[in-house]
Design a protein around this ligand. Structure first.
Ligand SMILES: [Zn+2]
Length: 344
């Protein structure tokens, strides 16, 4: 037994010094102890066997501990809050420069702010919606030919009716929700007045004037006795605030399924007197679509179209901003080029 204690000390010392401690488990001294067991008198075998097993367990535990030590590499602590990689030799500091909001984000805040001061509340749109909100609730029944004019992207996933979900081609998808959300205003004698400035999508061939991803501000206003003059005045006031000058505007008849009558809204070019590149020498800029909300759209939101009327408009924000800053190509907005973005 004494020899076992001595052997344990020797083997532990070997484990502590070894770079490959598992070899110690296979030490011939241990094998010899096991070989001795059957040669002993029967009354000694039990105690001896137990002592050999305990020795083996002690050595195995030491081997495991030593192996873990060998596999652990000590690293210097890292300050994860440091503004640069402390483990790198150079550069000592990453080049830093103040960022700014994207020009479209900045201008959407301006647009929203003007409408908020006129009594409109701002709502957000969605980037995936169902066909009911994209079409049906806006008086485009299934199979309506005008659906093709709002050609956008669809998902493989389907909605409850088995139709593909859709990347909204206008923020008018929020009209039905906005009308329902603020319907109680009408009972309290207040108007529904909501704007939705947000991202929209179209299946476009890209060029200087067309992007597959762009921004639109939708506006909805409903009350008793709303008429087209209020629509024109609202849009004119908005544009005068936005461009900071008096503007002459005109409306031409147009067609949208969700408004009746519908108009195309144009303003006199704010940048020239005799024609320029922005207005293609015409002195007029066709800027947005608008009209009086179709009774079916009010009905879809549970609003009595005999008692209430309203107007709606949809205006491309990219176009507004391009005109304001004389940006010649809409694709700059989505390109992520710092040379462009740092000008704002
Ligand atoms: Zn012009």
């Amino acid at each position: 037994m004494e020899s076992i204690d001595t052997l344990q000390e020797q083997l532990l010392a070997r484990v502590a010094a070894s770079d490959n401690p598992t070899e110690v488990i296979k030490a011939p001294e241990l094998a010899q102890l096991y070989a001795q067991i059957p040669t002993l008198p029967a009354e000694e075998r039990g105690a001896f066997g137990k002592a050999v097993n305990e020795l083996k367990q002690v050595i195995a535990a030491a081997v495991e501990t030593r192996s873990e030590q060998l596999n652990t590499v000590e690293l210097a602590p890292i300050d994860v809050t440091a503004p640069f990689d402390v483990n790198s030799a150079a550069p000592a500091l990453m080049p830093a420069r103040d960022g700014t909001l994207h020009p479209l984000t900045q201008e959407m805040e301006v647009v929203s702010d003007i409408f908020n001061r006129m009594g409109f509340v701002t709502e957000e749109s969605r980037e995936i919606d169902d066909q009911y909100h994209m079409f049906e609730s806006l008086n485009f029944p299934k199979g309506h030919p005008a659906r093709d004019d709002w050609d956008t992207f669809m998902t493989v996933e389907t909605d409850g009716d088995g139709d593909p979900l859709i990347a909204p081609a206008h923020t008018s998808t929020m009209q039905n929700r906005a009308l329902k959300k603020y319907k109680a205003n009408l009972d309290e004698g207040r108007p529904i007045a909501v704007v939705v400035p947000d991202r929209t999508f179209r299946n476009e061939d890209l060029d200087a004037r067309h992007e597959h991803t762009f921004y639109q501000v939708e506006g909805v206003y409903v009350n008793k006795g709303v008429h087209a003059g209020m629509l024109v005045a609202t849009l004119q006031k908005f544009l005068e605030e936005y461009y900071g000058r008096k503007l002459t505007v005109r409306v031409n008849p147009f067609y949208f399924p969700f408004t009746e009558p519908s108009f195309e809204f144009a303003l006199e070019c704010p940048f020239c007197d005799d024609g320029c590149n922005v207005c293609s020498q015409s002195k007029w800029i066709e800027l947005l679509g608008c009209g009086m909300i179709h009774p079916n759209v009010l009905k879809a939101a549970g609003i009595d179209s005999n008692e209430y009327s309203g107007f709606a408009f949809g205006c491309g924000i990219d176009r507004l901003v391009m005109m304001k800053h004389n940006i010649e190509d809409v694709r700059h907005f989505e390109a992520g080029k710092l040379n462009f973005l740092r000008q704002f």
